[in-house]
Design a protein around this ligand. Structure first.
Ligand code: 5CA
Length: 166
């Protein structure tokens, strides 16, 4: 197995604890955005898992939404699902609540458990790729395993893709 640097190596241990034997891959190129990750891996953009942090406006709670790289989150649909207004979290909030910086936020292994939603479009693929803690590390996982390890609620919150590079 290839040598991993400290962060991704720790994340790989966390995956093992969760019963996922997927190999964490550290790429020579950036995987900071979904488009970069898809290019680095040579996979479909739709197979990349974006791990997006939202903030509930009233409760100030962090909410993690896992959505395909080919989709964006419709915030009004998400608000209806959660029952509260939400906004995209700022970088500082993301780091404080997850322990990771934007571009490397993984779907599990945060400093505290996060309420997690997974958009149903991710279930269309046999295998998907998500961030593994840094902007160059990714891991592959079956969508059903991703649902299990994140205890995510499967929901429909995706909106049609807009032509932006995230
Ligand atoms: N490693 C990749 C692919 S797995 C990754 O983490 N992608 S991501 O989509 O989950 O995380 C990047 C996301 O962070 C982008 O979708 C982008 O919308 C968001 N983002 C980038 N900069 C900021 C910022 N300053 N504040 C809030 N969100 C941001």
């Amino acid at each position: 197995m290839e040598e991993l640097s400290r962060g991704p190596a720790r994340f790989a241990e966390e995956l093992l604890r969760l019963g996922v034997t997927s190999a964490v891959r550290e790429m020579p190129e950036s995987t900071r955005t979904a488009a970069e990750a898809a290019a680095a891996l040579g996979c479909d953009l739709a197979q990349i898992v974006k791990s997006l942090i939202f903030r509930s406006v009233v409760g100030d709670e962090a909410v993690l939404v896992l959505v395909s790289g080919a989709d964006r989150v419709d915030e009004s649909r998400l608000a209806r699902v959660i029952g509260e207004e939400v906004e995209r979290a700022a970088g500082r909030f993301v780091r404080d609540r997850t322990g990771y910086a934007i571009g490397g936020v993984p779907p599990v292994g945060h400093t505290q458990p996060l309420v997690t939603y997974l958009d149903e479009h991710l279930l269309d693929h046999a295998l998907v790729w998500a961030a593994a803690g840094t902007p160059r590390a990714v891991f592959s996982v079956k969508p059903a395993d991703l649902v299990r390890i994140t205890s995510a609620k499967v929901v429909a919150v995706a909106a049609a893709q807009v032509p932006v590079a995230d």
